[in-house]
Design a protein around this ligand. Structure first.
Ligand code: GUN
Length: 285
């Protein structure tokens, strides 16, 4: 079994990003990301702080907008409109989930697609689905980079994605299909996940259920990508895979933590860098 070490790969990618931000600086361009957090959800605060620290390490400038839980939708739209117009801002990220009184769809559609480094705007979702150049969401992008780094060619492979969210499952479906995989997607109404996982070469799971994938659900030598992050009562952080037993059967497996998580963060930085490069050459999608 080979461990897919996202932590060390992410550190290597960060070094490459730093080299590029250094070069861009000599050309008068400093990549800049606006990070918007509404409210004080502890998990969202942790993720946002990790993204900001990564920007600091990679010399990417940022605006950190921590907004009240009670901000109105109109006020939030005003902030986004100003950031859309700001010529120094390359990327805009609105951390999800948003409070219930705010319509997430309206907010995501208000972000300029050229600054949509999360890849959540329908413009980028559609382009990605069509196999055109677009911003891809960070988590699925991180999964693809991890597989590529370990020379795992997905062409012709049977892939099952468990979890059909707009943030992870659906864009991962697009990336896998565009890369030549045969892709199935399971979700809350799927009847027999094991039927799909046992016949798959690659299993990607991210639903937030510890121990969902057990050893009897994977075939010998399979590639297991755990996108879940769950905090157990004893404080331990685990994914959705029974790592101890599944790792004995799999060919490759991601640990949690240290697998997909760090790759998600660097993928966001890669998108921000890409947006800054497009600004420099005045290119649009
Ligand atoms: N909430 C959970 N994952 C993400 C993400 O990748 N981006 C944003 N903006 N919010 C999230």
């Amino acid at each position: 079994m080979t461990l897919l070490d996202g932590k060390s790969l992410a550190m290597n990618v960060e070094q490459k990003i730093i080299a590029q931000t250094d070069y861009l600086k000599t050309q008068g361009i400093i990549p800049k990301l606006a990070v918007i957090l509404v409210g004080e959800d502890p998990a969202s605060c942790t993720y946002v702080n990790m993204k900001i620290k990564a920007c600091e390490r990679c010399k990417i400038d940022y605006i950190d907008k921590k907004l009240s839980q009670n901000i109105t939708q109109t006020e939030l739209l005003d902030i986004i409109a100003k950031l859309n117009k700001d010529k120094d801002i390359d990327g805009i990220l609105v951390q999800l989930p948003l409070p219930e009184h705010i319509d997430t769809k309206v907010i995501l559609e208000a972000i300029d697609p050229q600054k949509d480094v999360d890849g959540f705007h329908p413009f980028n979702v559609g382009k990605l689905f069509a196999g055109l150049e677009a911003f891809a969401p960070a988590t699925p992008m991180g999964v693809m980079s991890l597989l590529q780094h370990y020379n795992i060619d997905v062409r012709g492979k049977n892939v099952v994605i468990i979890g059909a969210s707009n943030i992870v499952g659906k864009p991962l479906f697009s990336l896998m299909l565009n890369a030549g995989a045969t892709v199935s997607i399971c979700h809350a109404l799927s009847r027999d996940i094991g039927f799909f996982s046992r016949t798959s070469d690659i299993i990607c799971v991210g639903v937030g259920k510890p121990g969902l994938i057990q050893a009897d659900m994977v075939k010998e030598g399979s590639i297991v990508i755990d996108i879940g992050i769950n905090r157990l009562k004893d404080g331990r952080l685990v994914g959705d895979v029974d790592f101890e037993n599944v790792s004995k059967k799999s060919g490759f497996i991601t640990p949690v933590p240290g697998g997909v998580g760090p790759m998600t963060i660097v993928s966001l930085l890669q998108n921000t860098l890409f947006a800054a490069k497009m600004r420099k050459i005045k290119k649009t999608f």
